[in-house]
Design a binder for this molecule. Sequence first.
Ligand code: SAM
Length: 279
Amino acid sequence: MLSYLHAFHAGNYADVQKHAALTLALTMMQAKQSPIACFDTHAGSALYDLTSERARKTAEADGGIHRLWRVRQSLASADWQLMLDTLSRHTVDGSQLQSYPGSPAWLAELARPGDAVTAFELHPSEGRSLETWAVGAGVRVMQQDGLQGLLKRLPPAQPRLLTLIDPSYEIKDDYAQVADTLVRAWQKCRHGVYLIWYPILTSGLEKRLIDALEQGSVRKILRSEVMLDEPPERGMVGSGMLVVNPPWGFESRFEAMMKDLQGSARLGLTASQTWLVPE
Ligand code: SAM
């Protein structure tokens, strides 16, 4: 069962949080010269038209990247600049955003010649769009299960590892599977940086992932959450990121970025950050 299409959600507040974490982690890792293997286990189709029928149907980007773009000049953290510079190339005349890069496009944008980017996508039509986009982007596309695919490729040939795990959580079992995959991946590559996105739901289903990791063996897990100040009665009320082995200094820089999203004049979110599991 694969019915989720990210085009309905691209550029929402969860993407803002997720791609801020991804771009900050990768650029901080690139402070050292050694090559990085980047894996995107649930890649989507890479590039999203914000004017498409799908995007306009939910208008989720209005509460996310469009709002960030409107307030871009008042953001306190200098770490937004990299995302903003990239986004400026997704406007028609430098003002209105027309398209939004998904996670493989952010990775392709930032990867250096020695870094390797591998993107997994299981949905047939999303996988085909991803393949078409990837021609010339320097990204290896694998149309297969991202969690199993990741485990098969660890440890990577490159000395360092960055992994984004961003499932659609269409199946309740996904939460336990993500926790299990992280443990197995970490056993194969303990120094890797792993970013895991999860929705915060009124049903509380995401606690399956959080509880499993809190009681598990993986160390050094930073937990960031942004909650909607005006949440819906049911469904997704916030967005969470877990960052295993964040680069040194990431904690305070990412916290500052998330603080920029707070309040009704910004993205209408309240941000919090703690260590789910310390070192
Ligand atoms: N990471 C993307 C981004 O940030 O732009 C968004 C990904 S979207 C939340 C999740 C994607 O995972 C969907 O495109 C879905 O088709 C895909 N997917 C679902 N199950 C999968 C699996 N087992 N392996 C790989 N991809 C899968």
